[in-house]
Design a protein around this ligand. Structure first.
Ligand SMILES: NC(=O)c1ccc[n+]([C@@H]2O[C@H](COP(=O)([O-])OP(=O)(O)OC[C@H]3O[C@@H](n4cnc5c(N)ncnc54)[C@H](O)[C@@H]3O)[C@@H](O)[C@H]2O)c1
Length: 365
């Protein structure tokens, strides 16, 4: 079955971004939200986005007009009948999403694909609320979905192979780089992005450096365009804390740093300020802390076969704009060096060395 008509439920930040991406790539979109004015705002936002693309010379005026005309408002979930795929992007609330899938299961033919854009809930748990669960999967877009090229394609326990293959092709047809991953906490990218930000806060809590110094060092350490504190302030500390708490079942290394809890619970941005000259020793310690935050989760996730090495690197490069993505960077540093960087955390948190450490040197090849 091909996908040409796509329904979107939830016209907030993500639903609007996904609709904008789909309209531009020739897909007919039906969008629904139960908040008055939300769908109209989403359509206006998509048209505004296309108009800016025309101004920048990236779209022809006729193309922008056609893209805008592809996105239609519907005023109820029954308006999704006739779609090949329905993507859910409502609030991150299990009962809300589960109830929605039960309603969609009653309304839609059993062949209609259904996807969730959840960041933190288990795809497998949501799947239990869908009739014919083999057609259900996670499509985890990154914000802003209008332009961020990465989508994690998440297989729930019951998702059929053909549905995953079709979703990968669908993502590519929408100009995205799909990352195939298991239904594991944080999927592929938040699995290391969250601990990376968490180690940044632990480094701050322990006085290894100021937020400005840690941000400056991160730019070199992982080749990030912006450091972790700057990025956390954009994401919002409350959202970041929620994403980190979602990783708690993975063990104490993933528990939120004290400063993360303080800022997250108050949703108070980190004060960054200016970094002066950073002494070499301090630079080194901060670098190793940030590397630990990335390397340990990626190696553990490789042990668990959450995703392929190339996919972790694609996600880091494309979704996070790290020019030094984890697997390539570990290969560059070599096994002994990576083991040395991991060592203090393995003792501190009582963790066994990941088996994938043995692959360092050849992971990304
Ligand atoms: N914002 C991000 O960076 C981001 C990134 C990836 C995934 N996500 C996930 O995407 C989902 C949506 O997040 P968001 O940031 O777009 O949220 P949002 O608050 O901007 O939008 C959610 C929308 O869902 C609508 N809604 C709620 N209940 C509804 C219902 N019963 N029927 C129809 N519409 C309903 C709301 O009115 C709202 O417009 C969440 O699961 C979130 O975890 C968010």
């Amino acid at each position: 079955m091909g996908i040409a008509n796509v329904g979107i439920v939830g016209a907030g930040t993500m639903g609007t971004g996904i609709a904008t991406n789909l309209g531009r790539h020739g897909f007919a979109v039906k969008i629904f939200d139960n908040r008055p004015g939300a769908v109209e705002a989403a359509i206006a936002s998509a048209r505004g986005f296309y108009a800016r693309q025309v101004e920048k010379g990236r779209m022809e005026p006729a193309e922008a007009e056609a893209a805008g005309a592809r996105i239609a408002a519907v005023d109820g979930l029954d308006g999704m009948v006739g779609c090949d795929l329905v993507i859910e992007a409502v609030f991150e609330d299990f009962d809300l999403k589960a109830g929605l899938f039960e309603t969609l299961s009653r309304l839609l033919p059993e062949s209609t694909r259904i996807a969730t854009n959840t960041s933190c809930l288990r795809v497998t748990d949501l799947q239990r609320h869908v009739s014919n669960p083999g057609r259900f999967l996670g499509l985890h877009y990154f914000s802003p979905a209008q332009v961020n090229p990465v989508v994690e394609v998440v297989r729930g326990e019951a998702t059929e192979d053909a549905v995953i293959e079709e979703a990968l092709a669908f993502c590519r047809a929408t100009g995205k780089l799909p990352i195939r991953c298991r239904d594991s906490f944080g999927f592929a990218i938040n699995r290391f992005f969250c601990p990376y930000t968490n180690e940044a806060v632990r480094a701050l809590d322990e006085g290894l450096g100021t937020a400005a110094e840690i941000d400056a060092v991160a730019k070199e350490a992982v080749g990030a365009a912006a450091g972790p504190f700057f990025v956390m302030n954009i994401i919002k500390p409350r959202i970041n804390l929620h994403a980190i708490r979602n990783l708690a079942p993975l063990g104490p290394f993933y528990a939120p740093a004290a400063g993360m809890i303080v800022h997250g619970e108050a949703d108070r941005p980190f004060e960054i300020g200016e970094a002066g000259e950073i002494p070499e020793q301090r630079r080194r310690e901060i670098t190793e802390r940030l590397w630990l935050g990335v390397f340990l989760p990626v190696l553990q996730a490789l042990d668990e076969e959450v995703a392929e090495p190339a996919d972790f690197d694609t996600g880091a490069r494309e979704a996070l704009k790290f020019t030094r993505p984890p697997c390539a960077l570990m290969d560059e540093l070599g096994r002994a060096e990576v083991a040395r960087i991991l060592d203090p955390a393995l003792s501190r948190y009582g963790i066994a060395a990941p088996a994938s450490l043995a692959r360092v040197g050849n992971i990304s090849r």
